[in-house]
Design a protein around this ligand. Structure first.
Ligand SMILES: CC(C)(COP(=O)(O)OP(=O)(O)OC[C@H]1O[C@@H](n2cnc3c(N)ncnc32)[C@H](O)[C@@H]1OP(=O)(O)O)[C@@H](O)C(=O)NCCC(=O)NCCS
Length: 180
């Protein structure tokens, strides 16, 4: 069993053209191709923003975020907005997310996910953003569920699994902490 890498040893930086991303290789070739072929261009065109995660100078993971929405009928009514009068809720989408295969199950995915949640929390200060959204690979839903993501309604017959994390209780908890 490989050991967990300490958060202090993981460095997250915004993607730019100076980083060598050629060595990155995760289990999913589409995610490898996106990073190498499209991520920088999408970023330049303000379609998405990518953050790279390094350990000891080696690229071990990345996450790409973009703006999205989710249909009100795709989330559970217990999420607290039963009488909501709009058709969609705002959110930030984890558009791409991967850890290099050689470094899986060492805590890097968790570190990157928490960094993404931190970014969304700061966005919530100034922009309405109720959810973090992800179209999970079928084999990765357990990872997201571990951190409180729920499977969206109406996800039948898709080869990915739409999931969401409600930021509202997280923001409420943070606000309480800052009052304490
Ligand atoms: C899914 C992925 C990002 C997880 O990253 P990781 O660095 O291996 O995850 P971590 O080491 O931080 O794991 C944290 C916890 O989640 C669990 N976990 C990790 N991957 C899991 C999976 N696929 N299913 C269920 N649980 C998973 C771990 O066992 C660990 O649990 P523990 O704390 O009880 O031991 C990584 O496996 C990956 O890049 N997979 C290939 C690409 C992919 O599917 N990306 C997601 C696109 S939506």
């Amino acid at each position: 069993m490989p050991s967990i890498i300490s958060n202090f040893e993981l460095i997250i930086v915004p993607l730019d053209e100076n980083y060598d991303i050629s060595s990155f290789s995760c289990a999913n070739s589409e995610l490898n191709d996106f990073l190498k072929d499209d991520a920088l261009n999408d970023q330049t065109n303000l379609i998405s923003r990518t953050s790279l995660c390094f350990w000891k100078g080696e690229l071990v993971g990345y996450v790409t975020l973009a703006v999205d929405t989710i249909g009100t009928k795709e989330v559970y009514v217990t999420d607290g907005l039963e009488c909501y009068r709009y058709n969609r809720y705002p959110g930030i989408k984890i558009a791409r997310f991967a850890v290099d295969s050689r470094f899986e199950r060492r805590g890097i995915g968790t570190h990157l996910l928490f960094a993404a949640i931190g970014k969304v929390l700061s966005i919530c200060d100034s922009v309405g953003c109720r959810y973090i959204l992800v179209d999970s690979k079928k084999e990765s839903t357990g990872f997201y569920e571990k951190y409180g993501f729920k499977i969206a309604e109406r996800n039948k017959k898709r080869d990915f699994v739409p999931m969401y994390l409600n930021m509202q209780p997280i923001v409420a908890k943070m606000n309480l902490k800052s009052i304490d």
